[in-house]
Design a protein around this ligand. Sequence first.
Ligand code: GLA
Length: 808
Amino acid sequence: MKKLAFLLSLMALCLFSTPANASTKSGSFKVGENTFLLNNKPFVVKAAEVHYPRIPREYWEQRIQMCKALGMNTLCIYIFWNSHEQQEGVFDFTGNNDIRAFVQLAQKNGMWVIVRPGPYVCAEWEMGGLPWWLLKKKDIRLREQDPYFMERLEIFEKKVGEQLGDLTIEKGGPIIMVQVENEYGSYGEDKPYISAVRDIIRKSGFDKVELFQCDWSSNFTKNGLDDLTWTMNFGTGANIDNEFKKLGELRPNSPKMCSEFWSGWFDKWGGRHETRGAEAMVDGISQMLDRGISFSLYMTHGGTNWGHWAGANSPGFAPDVTSYDYDAPINEAGQTTDKFWKLRKAMEKYSGDFDPATGKWGAPKKLPAVPKEYPTIAVPKFELKEFAPIVYGCGGLETSADQNDLTFEYNGLGWGSMLYSVGLPEVTGQSVLSFESHDYAQVFVNDKFIGKIDRVKHENSLILPATKKGDQLLILVEGMGRINFGRAIKDFKGIVGEVKMKATVDGHDVSYTLKGWEKWCIDDDYKWAVRALEGASGKRVDEYHEGFAKETKALGTRGYYRGYFNLKKTGDTFLNLENWGKGQVYVNGHAIGRHWYIGPQQTLYVPGCWLKKGKNEVIVLDVMGPRGEKTIEGLQKPIIDKLNLDRPQTHRLEGQKIDLSGEKPVKEGEFAAGNGWQEVKFDKPVSGRYVCIEALNSHMNREYCCIAEWYMLGADGTRLSREPWQVAYCDDEDIESGNKTADKIFDLQESTYWSTNRGVKYPHHLVIDLGQDQTFTGFQYLPRVEAGAPESIKQYRIYVKSSLFKGL
Ligand code: GLA
């Protein structure tokens, strides 16, 4: 009898704690004392972050069911503004953008939904989700109360409300919470702006649903609004109690939630593939659940940055790769991983109901079965025989009439490349050509390739040979993803500013500003690629291309390649682009993403649902030209961890060793042990361009040395911008396991860090180049965020100089 009563109550609970039955009834989700309340009962959110535009629509349901099989009860989604409004005023909520269908599918599968409608989402997504066309207004202030920005965001949020406003829990839908903005603390301090976004979201149809803000534990107070719930973001390895300490002090009765618990991390071109340990991830989740803390696992399934949607990180410029596998429990192709099974096992223990009064979880329930994975196939090697020179892709768009407006945005181009041409002056000797290239520029004089200017490597100039008056300078600039993090999101593409040529003529320095440009847009668009190939094969006559003879010669093998393969059976596959240079790939009209031989990603994921029995078409737009055979093959396993670099990733040249003899530190001291930011003031202001951090030993008496983040404080005691920072030297860096290079100390992410290698002895030196002389009054240092701040530095010395240190 007792057993029956228990079963009945369990069934009732099940009925109440899944949204499937909420389709007919309205429910409630509220913030209670130390717990969330779902239909007035304590509820722990176990959310899986997944992004609908990163998964083919055909696979949405399988991915949702995979998340459910992990023991999750909620899905957490961003809304990607720039995917829905690719042209100003033209909205698309269909196909892969059908957010209403996605949320309804979640509900059908018994999952609650958390919606994060931005306007900014970060997410390693082009411009953090903001539409590029906002930049047509040159002086726009993004994520601030700029009238145009606010006007556009209000229009967009209204559209989101039209799609989802009636799917909130009180109206019978599965949406339990909606987020306001995203991690604004790492962008600025502006409560009026955040309040305005909150009001817009409320007005857009989310009038009753619970609203929240997410930030880091170190900065959430900056913009925390009194009437919103505050949640924290942190990753695998973090010290959970520390992360919630401040929140506990400020709002002792608030339920706790980690709104982004990072399962892994994203990869950038030219960097090692990032991984985070399965045990550490599961341990973090178990620790939270033991305390009844809610979480969203970012990412539970990462998916793919199709086409041009990958963003780029800053400071500096670190474009993200196409795969958003994220080392998540469900891999890019929707398959289980070791992390998946370990997590599922742990989640089983927490599948009952949590009782905040006792701090205990009720009897476990059986987790749903793991859905079937989609089959994978191998595609035998095939050749891409058709070719159209890249100039055949020119001219899809009308460029701005002002000849010296060189950015994509002013010329109406969102994504792709631009080709620029100008006549050169006569210079008898060599000269230096300099300009700011966003992002990958190749320079030619007449029909000769001179070199590249790669923004990733902070390059901005190259040497030109002697020129005659009227020689033609040709520059091809490929734009990569717009920066999605920090103030640098206002990221124009193409040539930004003026192009200068400096030379010495008759013993005098002369500087020319090159003017009178001709320019052509090369749109990143499948239809345009097909048109280019048709033009080259004579299937269509584009008189326009006739005048391009010189350019065609100079650009050589750069262009569009097309080939086909036949299938008897479809399935997911990974196209291997190792023979190719750099560019974009389209399969059967689907833009499947960027490729770049430097890696770490060498294969591109192609979901079987975009393939067909019989003939399949592949087009590669290669802006560098192929490096080997013009062939591709489909593999059954991805290659996302293979770097192919011409120089090591480390910041130390062979034989280089810093020599500090005769240098006097501007400060020396001892850091405290343990987690958290530490601030050190200098005795008096000092000036210089190069800052050397010398670490003498560690608190744990071990050889490793680690730093998570570092800031210099300016004359007024506030943090100086780290935009221009580069690592000038670092004596030792771990480049094997994950990504622990020296530049991680200014990547704005507290969970990543610089680490030296095992067994390399102290002292350690890291020299930052700040780009120019600056005045400092001190610095801020953050050791690793994991419990006990592993490998944190004890004694240190700081040196500052205007010129480089000896030995470098
Ligand atoms: C932050 C952002 C996310 C994402 C992660 C890193 O937490 O809020 O959008 O960029 O960092 O993956």
